[in-house]
Design a protein. Structure first.
Length: 99
């Protein structure tokens, strides 16, 4: 299958639990050009006050970036394979979160 037409990226659903609101955000992110694969990772509790969903680019990985999503007293890793620069990806995430 060629990628000549606008083809959505792929979301790998290998966990049964995700942060509230994270999957709809990742679905919108997967539709953006340059996003190839999105894989949600481990989820862990964090100290502090519960907050609304926030996502930030944290670490470069081979072929993309690791993101950190925080919501309601938990944090979840998300791995994104993309050709985008970190700043462009963060700007895109901020725009998608503002919707």
């Amino acid at each position: 299958m060629s990628r000549s037409r606008k083809q959505a990226g792929r979301i790998v659903l290998n966990h049964s639990t995700h942060l509230p609101g994270l999957l709809p955000l990742l679905a919108r992110l997967a539709e953006e050009p340059g996003i190839k694969t999105i894989t949600p990772g481990r989820i862990a509790p964090v100290k502090g006050r519960p907050t609304p969903l926030r996502v930030r680019v944290t670490t470069p990985i081979i072929g993309g970036y690791k993101l950190q999503a925080r919501a309601q007293g938990s944090v979840q890793e998300v791995f994104v394979v993309t050709d985008m620069a970190a700043d462009d990806l963060q700007t895109l995430l901020n725009r998608l979160l503002a919707r």
